[in-house]
Ligand binder design. Structure first.
Ligand SMILES: CC(C)(COP(=O)(O)OP(=O)(O)OC[C@H]1O[C@@H](n2cnc3c(N)ncnc32)[C@H](O)[C@@H]1OP(=O)(O)O)[C@@H](O)C(=O)NCCC(=O)NCCS
Length: 219
């Protein structure tokens, strides 16, 4: 089945179809053969207008390739990070998680979104979305792929009732998308973290609890 590429909402992005593969599994067959190890490419900063890439649902990607991408972006010890504890036991949400493949059909980036909850001091659980990891392979960073992945997730949020989005990341990067640390100053996580890196994005910050502990949303 021919799938429609998700809309690219990033300003500099020109995400377009790779052509006419018979099926996306063909792309991943090619990628599986060539992704690990990815060919070394010199770092380059290209205007995104000249980059051909395709945004696709993350469900189309072999899980092993996603793991390899995350290992390259964050290191193989990434599983010990507190972010993993926050979402422990949950699965990423298919409707909000995306990948980018480049003009050579390599997997160059991914974004995952997880169901989490902030439990306030009264024991009430406030559902939220945990964004991340957002990862782009080192040799293709700073070309706009990260911003395109973020835009894809934002576009897929329910416009009627978008849940607050949280992440642990660099405010210097994620601030451009509307994430900030001010509302999270009294929030707790199930592990160590830098308080200035616990960020939230919400259309209605007034409804965010002042205090609470972030953890997985498990019914
Ligand atoms: C963070 C990451 C997802 C960004 O994706 P990307 O495709 O490289 O970035 P984009 O092309 O969308 O954006 C590039 C811009 O972001 C800035 N940027 C990228 N990473 C940044 C960071 N960690 N802190 C501050 N700014 C950052 C670049 O300097 C560039 O700025 P400019 O537009 O003003 O020139 C990607 O670099 C990555 O996977 N890095 C490895 C993991 C990591 O370091 N994460 C740290 C953040 S949690």
């Amino acid at each position: 089945m021919r799938r429609q590429a998700a809309p690219a909402a990033g300003g500099r992005s020109t995400l377009r179809s790779l052509g006419a593969p018979d099926s996306w599994s063909d792309i991943w067959k090619v990628s599986r053969e060539t992704f690990a190890p990815a060919p070394a490419r010199p770092y380059r900063r290209a205007p995104m207008d000249h980059v051909a890439a395709t945004l696709i649902p993350l469900t189309e990607v072999d899980p092993a390739m996603i793991e390899a991408l995350l290992d390259r972006a964050f290191g193989e010890d990434r599983h010990t990070r507190t972010a993993y504890k926050v979402r422990e036991g949950t699965d990423w949400l298919p409707a909000l998680s995306f990948a980018v493949v480049d003009e050579n059909r390599y997997l160059v980036g991914s974004i995952q979104v997880w169901p989490v909850a902030l439990t306030d001091p009264q024991g009430r659980r406030h559902p939220m979305l945990m964004v991340g990891p957002v990862a782009v392979v080192p040799e293709r960073q700073a070309e706009g792929f990260g911003q395109a992945l973020m835009a894809a997730t934002f576009s897929a949020l329910d416009p009627q009732a978008p849940l607050p989005q949280v992440l642990i990341g660099d405010p210097e990067y994620y601030g451009r998308f509307g994430f900030h640390a001010a509302p999270t100053q009294k929030w707790q996580l199930p592990g160590p973290f830098d308080r200035h890196r616990l960020l939230v994005r919400s259309d209605n910050p007034g409804v965010l609890p002042d205090e609470g502990t972030l953890g997985p949303w498990i019914d």
